[in-house]
Design a protein around this ligand. Structure first.
Ligand code: SF4
Length: 189
């Protein structure tokens, strides 16, 4: 059980260009039970990871606000921790001008049944929804597979903006760590 006000996280990347338009902070949440065959990020499935205070995550994001365009929340499955995810999104909306993108493995009809839908619409600019389907892999436009749907809850971005996002990137950190990220990057993590 996650402690209220905390988010189980898999990773945090302050400067990514392959997880949405512009340079973005990316938060990978930890934990997903949806079990898409061929999932490209199986290390995010277990109920493990680091529990981080939402206030701390917001502090990290806000400190970057003049150097990034927005925040992308992905997984793992963000909507399996939606209390904490929404708390973070609310803070970002209220306290910054950063754009917000959320990727979920739930499909749109499932999202429609969530009681938090109205709040998601208020706090998220773009929602990408749907299970990953290996047989429909496309890995572009922020969609891992062609079944995924895109909902624009604001006029901040267009489909062309998403289509211009690179498929993958390699980030070399000052301490020598190397991160391969993006939408279904071809050689794994
Ligand atoms: S929802 Fe995402 S993280 Fe979960 S199994 Fe599917 S592709 Fe993997």
């Amino acid at each position: 059980m996650t402690v209220p006000g905390r988010l189980r996280t898999h990773g945090f990347e302050p400067f990514s260009v392959a997880n949405g338009p512009g340079t973005r902070a990316v938060i990978w949440v930890q934990g997903c039970t949806l079990g898409c065959p061929g999932c490209f990020n199986p290390g995010t499935h277990a109920r493990a990871g680091e529990e981080v205070e939402v206030a701390e995550l917001y502090r990290r994001v806000a400190a970057l606000a003049d150097r990034i365009e927005g925040v992308t929340i992905t997984g793992g499955e963000p909507l399996q921790q939606r209390g904490a995810v929404l708390e973070l999104l609310r803070r970002i909306r209220a306290g910054t001008r950063l754009s917000t993108i959320l990727l979920t493995g739930y499909d749109w009809p499932e999202v429609l049944r969530m009681r938090e839908l109205d709040e998601l619409r208020r706090c998220v600019d773009v929602l990408l929804a749907g299970r990953y389907r290996q047989d429909l892999r496309i890995a572009r436009g922020l969609r891992g597979s062609a079944d995924k749907t895109v909902r624009f809850f604001s006029d901040r971005y267009t489909r062309a903006d998403l289509d211009a996002v690179p498929e993958a990137e390699v980030i070399v950190h000052p301490d020598g760590r190397v991160t391969l990220t993006g939408i279904d990057p071809p050689t794994g993590w």
